[in-house]
Design a protein around this ligand. Structure first.
Ligand SMILES: [Mg+2]
Length: 253
């Protein structure tokens, strides 16, 4: 097993990044009235650094790219139901380009690598998803230039989400990839490192929650009520990517 990039286990009294039980942080935080002070003292709320080295970036880039490529069929089926069926092919094409450049990307610092990935995704994914995923990666790279801790990256993630909203002229609740990014970001802000171990489940639940939504943006919006009952393909690809990132940060891949 690869080393965990978020060394939270020992200080937080957790057996491993994955093994944290839901609610464990809340129980500790509710012990007395001094919520913030108590949390800082026991270390559970302190933002851990992410010690990304070249091989860590390479592992992360390769794992995300391979997962997206492996799920082409699922993304295609979801987009065939409520879109034009090209999301699987588009995402595969974009992440094949990322995989092809993985070694060179990993040589860059994490923020610079994200910017470079953003350009690749804008140019290679195409469709509606290209500019959105491209903006997310590019913006995270730009806002994360000095990021060192998990909190710094969560802040950059939030700023990047705002840029994606502007780019897509969209908000959460409209059955798009934002319906995964926005709630996952909110949980990360609330729970910090404690949420990373659960990132896959949180993101998958958020994607599943797009099923009963009526699409208000994107091609699916033309379907109106017929978009109800299907998971949004962009929300699913977003949950896939976030889930892999959570696993790699915890040393699972
Ligand atoms: Mg499409």
């Amino acid at each position: 097993m690869a080393r965990a990039l978020i060394p939270l286990a020992k200080e937080a009294g957790l057996p491993s990044c994955w093994a944290q039980e839901e609610g464990a942080q809340e129980e500790g935080a509710l012990d007395d009235g001094a919520l913030d002070d108590g949390a800082q003292e026991n270390g559970a709320e302190a933002s851990p650094g992410i010690g990304m080295e070249r091989e860590d970036r390479l592992a992360l880039i390769v794992a995300v790219a391979r997962a997206v490529i492996a799920h082409e069929g699922e993304l295609t089926r979801l987009d065939q139901a409520i879109g034009d069926g090209d999301h699987g092919v588009n995402m595969r094409r974009g992440f094949e380009a990322v995989l092809h450049e993985a070694d060179a990307l990993a040589e860059l610092g994490t923020a610079a690598a994200l910017e470079a990935i953003g350009y690749l995704l804008v140019n290679r994914i195409g469709g509606a998803a290209g500019p959105l995923y491209g903006t997310l990666a590019l913006s995270m790279g730009r806002h994360g230039g000095n990021a060192q801790t998990l909190d710094d990256w969560i802040l950059a993630f939030g700023q990047a989400i705002e840029d994606v909203k502007r780019r897509g002229k969209s908000e959460g609740g409209q059955k798009t990839l934002l319906d995964v990014f926005v709630p996952v970001h909110a949980v990360l802000v609330e729970k910090g490192a404690g949420a990373v171990a659960q990132l896959a489940r949180i993101a998958e639940d958020a994607a599943e929650a797009t099923r009963p939504m009526r699409a208000l943006r994107g091609r699916a919006a033309f379907l109106g009520d017929r978009s109800v009952g299907h998971v949004d393909p962009g929300a699913r690809s977003a949950s896939l990517i976030l889930g892999v990132i959570g696993r790699v940060l915890c040393g699972e891949n």
